[in-house]
Design a protein around this ligand. Sequence first.
Ligand SMILES: C[S@@+](CC[C@H](N)C(=O)[O-])C[C@H]1O[C@@H](n2cnc3c(N)ncnc32)[C@H](O)[C@@H]1O
Length: 306
Amino acid sequence: MNPLERYLPLVDDPDAFLAACDRPLPSVVRVNGIKATRDRVTDALEAEGVTFEPVDWHDELFRLPDRSPGTNWPYFHGWLHGQEEVSVLPGLALDPEPGERVWDACAAPGSKTTQLADAMDDEGTIVANDSNLGRLSALRHNTERLGITNAAVTNQDARNFSLKPLAFDEFDRSLVDVPCSCEGTCRKNPDVLDEWTLGHVEQIAGIQKSILTRAVQATKPGGTVVYSTCTFAPEENEAVLDHVLDAEDCELVEFDLPLETRPGVTEWEDESFDESVRKAHRVYPHHNDTGGFFCAKLRVGGEVSA
Ligand SMILES: C[S@@+](CC[C@H](N)C(=O)[O-])C[C@H]1O[C@@H](n2cnc3c(N)ncnc32)[C@H](O)[C@@H]1O
């Protein structure tokens, strides 16, 4: 069975959903504001004869209909980074400011770390963590190519991340872009659907709950945590939020995204979730011609110091 059929009861137009999931996704690149401007990038792409189309909801994104992102010299100079449209959403939701302390709990290969550094004007500190050393070398390569100097790299299991090696003991904001069953990436990599098992969804959901819990604990009272996945599975999305709302002092907050989305679901199979999970955003491929995605924003509770 195609695992996507599980989600047909959740979508408004099942045929359009399945058809969109079956279409390949064009490559997308993001302008790296630390090294270049939008005009400089468009001039360079034109000079090299690369066809590009602006993405209508984001000034710094371009679709490359005929090319993969890493095959042009503006990319090698670090003016561009290949990043899917939906992958930009958690960084927009986190909205970090220059000078802040930000934890990127599952950071490799660094698409979102580098976007956050750009949003922070390369000022402050991003602790870019990942448990996979091989993927961290790709992150280091990307941060160097893009000229980022405010990212420190750590190689810990985020479930029991220790702040002891750091010069501070809490973050202003944390991004929790967890490992997941990746169904929403099927337009780029259809193999994810052949490899899908319910056992994997259930196993990874446990890891997701522990990582999100640790991020809430490591973020200051009043701080922001953004949770994201590229899966449609409520077990990995709303159920994870529901668990953390129960276990930790935090709440979900409303936020806007510049794409058409649907609210989080409060019921799935035999489960029901806290009503506030409706504040999360589900992104379905047929609404914006993108990959699939899920994104939620939390505010950490506790006493806010003056
Ligand atoms: C969805 S990917 C992250 C993509 C990344 N945020 C980006 O934008 O490029 C999930 C990452 O979680 C990492 N990971 C898996 N289990 C982890 C754990 N327990 N602690 C920290 N990282 C983990 C994986 O190695 C993988 O790189």
